[in-house]
Design a protein around this ligand. Structure first.
Ligand code: CO8
Length: 304
């Protein structure tokens, strides 16, 4: 299954192939206008992902439903990539909203249990899936909107930053940010690059060193999220926002997105293997394993 996914992903054009496609044919990459699409909707579900696709609007909503906290495990990441891949291949799908079905949490980030006490082979497999998720989302041709309806630390923040627009629930109990240093680990260069592209160099430097988790109001202030709305309005606001983005011709928007993101994507794409090796070497160190173990203990103690 995973091998099939990887083979499939290699053949996919994505944003980076867009420039060359368009130079061959001015219309090749343009998606169909929503008015031309039959009024149908469909729903597909894996255990951890539910996708509702409304063909009349050309917009899909991906609900993450991996209890308790949508932590991004190897299995979950694989499901997410498969779902995203299917939507990307469907030319009638122009926009994607990503949200959570879990109460209070958008995503708790990478599943720590996939990095703790695991073999180097497992860690390598896991990291490839994290890379894949980032490459697919950051390089998506679709308009992507994160409907952040709960806390979104670390990998959860990364996932939301891959989207074109972020709407967060205005609840001070929630937080968002790259808090890796608090776990005794280091956000890799492409996490850092994504954040720099979102909030700028200075804010990223502070955020990463201190492992800052921002309240929604603070996140809005530094531009980590684009809009705050009442908890009940997150999804409807995402749908309304999507309408504005859909009004822009796809090919022009896609080329612009590609122009902005391609250098960042290319940097990881050219260094994937080295990045996997770095990760495995780092995460399997005794000192790092100890930090992760202590962090997991802290999470359990906090609960009790
Ligand atoms: N991975 C695995 N399990 C997790 C995670 C996680 N990321 N987060 C929470 N859990 C578990 C908890 O341990 C708990 O387990 P149990 O029920 O067995 O005790 C269960 O999920 C529920 O958690 P909480 O009771 O804490 O749920 P709350 O609703 O109270 O809080 C939060 C939700 C705010 C999301 C909270 O769980 C939290 O802060 N979690 C930790 C988030 C975090 O720090 N994630 C960082 C992950 S690392 C990452 O994403 C990037 C790594 C980059 C690696 C680079 C290396 C080179």
């Amino acid at each position: 299954m995973k091998m099939a996914l990887r083979a499939c992903l290699r053949t996919k054009p994505g944003l980076t192939g867009l420039l060359s496609q368009l130079s061959c044919s001015g219309h090749a990459a343009a998606r169909r206008a929503p008015a031309l699409v039959a009024q149908r909707s469909s729903s597909s579900t894996s255990q951890k992902i539910k996708v509702d696709f409304d063909q009349s609007s050309g917009v899909a909503v991906m609900h993450m439903q991996s209890p308790p906290v949508n932590s991004l495990s190897l299995e979950f990441l694989t499901d997410v990539c498969i779902a995203l891949e299917k939507l990307e291949m469907d030319k009638s799908c122009r926009g994607l909203v990503v949200t959570s079905s879990q109460p209070k949490v958008f995503s708790a980030g990478l599943d720590i249990l996939d990095m703790y006490g695991k073999s180097p082979e497992h860690c390598a497999e896991f990291w490839k899936a994290v890379q894949e998720m980032w490459l697919k989302f950051y390089g998506s041709n679709m308009i992507t909107i994160a409907a952040v309806n709960g806390s979104s630390p670390a990998g959860g923040c990364l996932l939301s930053m891959t989207c074109d627009y972020r709407i967060m629930a205005d609840n001070p109990r929630y937080s968002i940010g790259l808090n890796e240093t608090k776990l005794g680990i280091v956000a890799p260069f492409w996490f850092k690059d994504t954040m720099v592209n979102t909030v700028g160099h200075r804010a990223t430097e502070m955020a990463l060193q201190l492992g800052l988790l921002y309240s929604p109001a603070e996140a809005l202030k530094i531009g980590l999220v684009d809009q705050l709305v009442h908890e009940d309005q997150v999804l409807t606001t995402a749908t309304e926002t999507m309408t504005k983005w859909l009004a822009i011709p796809d090919h022009a928007r896609q080329l612009t997105k590609s122009m902005m993101r391609k250098p960042t994507i290319d940097k990881l794409a050219a260094n994937r293997e080295a990045d996997v090796n770095n990760f495995v070497k780092f995460i399997t160190k005794d000192s790092i394993q100890k930090s992760l173990g202590m962090y997991l203990e802290m999470l359990k103690r906090r609960k009790a």
